[in-house]
Every structure is written in C-alpha cells, then in structure tokens.
Write a protein that binds this ligand. Structure first.
Ligand code: ZN
Length: 122
C-alpha cells in the first residue's frame, strides 16, 4: 500500500483543510452553522456539510436568511492564535472573568486585612 509521506505529519487531528468541516456564519444575525452539530431544529443531521444543504430550502434557523447570507468562516479547529495564547501566562488566561475577579478581589481583601492587622498591633 502506498501511503503518502505527509500522512504522519498530523498524528491525531484530521486534515485541517476539509471544506466539509467549514462553519458558515449568517451575516444577518451572527448565527453559525456548524457541520459537526447540524441543526436539530431543521432536522439537519450532525455531520452535514454546509455545501450539502439544499440552497433552495435552507434558511437561517434564527433569522430565516437564505444560504447566500452565509459566509465561510473556516473549520472549528482552525488555529487562530487566540486559543494558543490560552496556554501561556501560568494558566491565568484560562480563568473565566468571574474567576479572575474572585482572584483579584481575594488578593485585595487579603492586603486590606494585612494593613488592618498592622493597625491593631499599635
Ligand atoms: Zn441569521
């Protein structure tokens, strides 16, 4: 069997450039069609590429726009740089804003408690 040499380049992930995995965003309302999820509301099964949808009958499930209103925004696992940045910065970037607030607030409260304890010593 002849296996292409670049088959071993990506050990786990499927080839990133597969038009069938591309998501499409509705320019009218921002709805994103994800082929991995399909649209249960329209009985479109998961794994249905956008190109396989019937352009005559498909409508945005949110705003009823036609296929022409949708824009190709690429596959879900496309490296965007933003997601890679999440791995830097001691993991703090992975915290939700709420968790960050708790972190900052508790450090702040700790500092106040420390200064108050200095005053109580006198
Ligand atoms: Zn829409």
């Amino acid at each position: 069997m002849a296996v292409s040499a670049d088959a071993q380049a990506a050990p786990v992930e499927p080839p990133p450039i597969d038009p069938a995995t591309h998501r499409f965003e509705c320019r009218s309302c921002g709805y994103v069609y994800d082929p991995e999820e399909g649209v249960r509301k329209l009985s479109i099964e998961a794994g249905t590429p956008f190109a396989a949808l019937d352009p005559a009958s498909f409508r945005c499930p949110v705003c009823r726009s036609k296929v022409g209103a949708f824009k190709d925004i690429g596959p879900r696992n496309k490296p965007s740089g933003f997601e890679e940045n999440l791995d830097f910065g001691l993991g703090v970037n992975r915290l939700t804003p709420g968790q960050k607030n708790v972190l900052i607030f508790s450090a702040f409260a700790l500092a106040i408690a420390f200064f108050l304890s200095l005053y109580s010593l006198r």
